[in-house]
Design a binder for this molecule. Structure first.
Ligand SMILES: Nc1ncnc2c1ncn2[C@@H]1O[C@H](COP(=O)(O)OP(=O)(O)OP(=O)(O)O)[C@@H](O)[C@H]1O
Ligand SMILES: [Mg+2]
Length: 457
């Protein structure tokens, strides 16, 4: 099977054919839409590379028409578009019509080849819809998912996809509500990739001030701006050879979106204060709990950036839609807490297990973990009952100021909460961030309670 190159510029097709040949790929060349469609009818191709501006006389409509014709005749065939830098909107329109990826001119041979090979790799790796999904054990025998638990059908499908595409360099966009495990998924992809022993650099894009974005991501040289007293490495440089995890990508403001698009486009960037171009070899994984498609509709997120990052979209379902995983997760968290708080092995009553499974879990797996941790702090026995979770339920629905609290057993809610906070303080060595985290409280909410219960720290 070969790669079909469509362009009317002979010098382009000649150099592309040569490039592909050197990389071990056979190719065919078409100089017009008719010729391209004729070749595709006559022989199977594995990939198409199409120049969108191939007819100098037109605005690109002809390119879009050809793309549409190719995709309707061969829906599974991946098409990569080449567009001029100024006509990114054309590339975006092409992506909407089914193109797999796009490369902008002027392209470097290395980047183009990487794009082609990633696409070929993804096409080969992607599980087919009719394929049977392996069970959790079978998947664990093949891949290392780290701490990522779950054997619900939807999760198995996701785990299978993670394993299969990890080896390619394709960009992945992980979406899902807060607390669904996006970070663990990113980690699992890196672990199973050929980059596993290189850096995995996590960047929280929501936490970077706009003015510091470039310096943080691309680095700066000494003297680049007033406070730049020494050279500083950017996150992309640190991630070189490995994976960069762009977390909370939906929080980026428009100016930063453009800057990010540039480096994702051709993997080159400039260090602040130097005019030198750097090339970086990184795999991109992005995540957000926002709906980027809606944001594009409102004009809050660049459409071209969205297409750049979501070659492989992975959507994590909320915990309430995979309730069968609740006991598995709860059991693991009980083990973790028993180890942290140096307790005997812990378990759940049958009632508690069913009750947990029935909760709505708006905070998803993170919330389940917090509730288990609080219950462990409240309980003195080895087997947690529904009562041990009532402090969590109460904390979720009230502020500590109110005194009208339901008593649990012989203790009031206040007594339970006070005891819980004291235990957490003891175990976390008075590290208030960790305590707030364990109890699922903001630091402010924790301070309010410390004051109310007159706990000295
Ligand atoms: N499938 C899972 N198996 C085991 N632990 C999980 C799983 N999903 C989430 N967790 C745990 O839940 C917590 C939240 O997970 P994570 O940080 O990956 O969520 P997230 O989707 O990135 O959330 P946010 O959008 O708020 O950043 C972590 O403690 C994580 O270890
Ligand atoms: Mg996260």
């Amino acid at each position: 099977m070969c790669i079909l190159i469509i362009d009317d510029d002979r010098s382009v097709t000649a150099s592309l054919s040569l490039l592909l040949k050197q990389a071990g790929h056979a190719s065919r060349v078409a100089a017009s839409p008719d010729e391209a469609l004729a070749i595709l009818r006559a022989e199977p191709c594995q990939l198409v590379v199409q120049d969108m501006n191939f007819s100098r006389r037109t605005s690109g409509d002809e390119g879009l028409e050809l793309l549409t014709a190719i995709k309707s005749a061969h829906p599974q065939l991946p098409v990569i578009l080449i567009t001029a830098w100024g006509s990114i909107s054309l590339a975006v329109e092409g992506m909407k019509r089914g193109a797999t990826d796009f490369v902008t001119k002027p392209w470097t041979n290395q980047h183009l080849l990487q794009t082609l090979e990633t696409t070929l790799g993804v096409t080969a790796a992607r599980p087919r819809p009719d394929e049977a999904i392996p069970g959790r054990e079978e998947l664990d025998a093949q891949y290392d998912f780290g701490d990522l638990l779950g054997s619900d059908r939807q999760m198995l499908r996701i785990l299978n996809l993670i394993g299969r595409i990890a080896a390619t360099d394709a960009s992945v966009l992980i979406t899902g509500e807060s607390g669904t495990g996006k970070e663990l998924v990113a980690d699992a992809i890196h672990r199973n990739s050929r980059r596993a022993d290189r850096p995995f650099v996590k960047v929280n894009l929501g936490g970077i001030a706009t003015t510091l974005f470039e310096s943080e991501m691309f680095g700066h040289v000494r003297g680049a701006f007033t406070d730049a007293r020494a050279d500083r490495k950017g996150r992309f440089e640190v991630a070189h050879g490995g994976t960069i995890f762009l977390d909370e990508i939906g929080d980026l403001d428009p100016a930063a979106q453009v800057k990010l698009l540039r480096v994702l486009q051709d993997r080159t960037y400039e260090v602040l204060g130097s005019s030198q171009k750097r090339t970086v070899d990184v795999r991109i994984i992005a995540a957000t709990n926002r709906n980027l498609t809606d944001m594009v509709g409102r004009g809050d997120f660049r459409e071209d950036l969205l297409y750049r990052i979501n070659l492989i979209p992975i959507h994590l379902p909320p915990l309430r839609d995979r309730r069968d995983d609740v006991p598995v997760l709860a059991t693991r968290f009980l083990q973790t807490m028993a180890a942290i708080y140096r307790r005997e092995p812990l378990s759940l009553t049958e009632d508690a297990r069913r009750w947990l499974q029935g909760q709505a879990w708006p905070g998803n797996v993170r919330q389940l973990r917090q509730w288990i941790e609080r219950a462990v702090l409240v309980s003195s026995g080895d087997c947690l009952s529904v009562d041990d979770f009532s402090a969590s339920v109460a904390m979720e629905t009230r502020e500590p100021a109110s005194d009208m609290l339901p008593p649990v057993g012989s203790m009031t809610m206040d007594e339970i909460e006070r005891g819980m906070i004291q235990k957490a303080l003891k175990h976390h060595g008075r590290n208030l961030s960790r305590v707030a985290d364990a109890l699922g409280l903001s630091r402010a909410a924790l301070y309010r309670r410390l004051e109310k219960y007159e706990i000295q720290v």
